[in-house]
Design a protein around this ligand. Structure first.
Ligand SMILES: *Cc1c(COP(=O)(O)O)cnc(C)c1O
Length: 279
């Protein structure tokens, strides 16, 4: 997948300049994975890299994947299909709402066939059969996706103590934690409500990708703002007050809000250096 025109790798690393952080004596760097490529939002390029390679190796002509209506992953798989010559099918949870939102409209324009299934069918999606298509799980959450995410750690050219990321499926967290040095930790921020299950999911993803789990990560569960793709005025105000990047409200704004809250509460000693993944 390295041969896509316009890929920006390694993604930029810029220091956050914000008095709200500086006054607590910590430094925060932003790892701008959101700038890797306009058609692969967020960490989705990293998750698809090895999946596309595996699909090719398998000789598949179609990529099938799953997602909710706001899924960046659906968009990214549609883009990957167009770039690499696969047909693509997106199985979407819930009913079709017109006009389509940006993600789904983009997917359709890019040639993806969208199929809408009810929640019950979606929950049982592992039972669906897709012939010899290559099936990528929701959010790119498999061993290939996790291994792709691990690679971003090696691109960070400053020494740091804590690497923060938003958690949807937890595969980014699973991957980056494996890439850390012994003195470093990873901290995830769940964007779903009641996401305690992520602790097991991240372990399972690490086992699948690396054959072992690592004990160097934890997940904050209290910054979901009502749940996946839910928002509140405080979150919107925070986004408006954040100057260095246009924070994605489904994921990165919740992480940054949570990170600011933890910094404010004195969770990190003065002198701590953090990296926040803007995926
Ligand atoms: C998909 C996505 C995530 C979630 O990553 P997981 O690996 O599923 O936890 C985070 N941020 C952005 C911008 C995303 O698109």
């Amino acid at each position: 997948m390295e041969n896509v025109a316009g890929l920006r790798l390694p993604s930029p690393l810029v220091e956050l300049e914000d008095e709200r952080v500086a006054r607590h004596g910590v430094r925060v760097w932003l790892k701008r994975d959101d700038l890797i490529h306009p058609e692969f939002p967020g960490n989705k390029w990293r998750k698809l890299k090895y999946n596309v390679a595996a699909a090719r190796e398998q000789g598949a002509s179609t990529l099938v994947t799953f997602g909710g209506a706001y899924s960046n992953h659906i968009r990214a798989v549609a883009a990957a299909g167009r770039h690499f010559g696969f047909e693509t099918v997106g199985i979407i949870r819930g009913e079709k709402h017109e006009p389509l939102n940006d993600s789904l409209a983009y997917a359709e324009r890019t040639g993806m066939r969208l199929e809408y299934v009810d929640r019950e069918t979606y929950r049982e999606k592992h039972r669906l059969e897709f012939g010899d298509a290559y099936v990528i799980p929701e959010g790119g959450a498999n061993a290939h996706g996790v291994r792709g995410c691990r690679e971003l750690v090696g691109e960070i050219g400053v020494d740091f103590d804590v690497l923060c990321c938003a958690c949807g499926t937890g595969s980014t967290l699973a991957g980056v934690a494996k890439g850390l040095a012994a003195h470093q930790r990873a901290l995830g921020f769940a964007v779903l409500k009641g996401a305690g299950f992520l602790n097991d999911d991240v372990k399972a993803l690490q086992k699948a990708a690396f054959g072992e789990t690592t004990g160097n990560w934890s997940i904050e569960l209290d910054f979901h703002f009502g749940g996946y793709a839910k928002r509140k005025p405080e979150l919107d105000e925070f986004i408006a007050s954040f100057e260095q990047a246009a924070l994605d409200w489904v994921y990165e704004a919740k992480m940054m809000y949570g990170l600011y809250a933890l910094i404010e509460s004195g969770r990190f000693e003065r002198g701590t250096t953090l990296v926040a993944l803007i995926a």
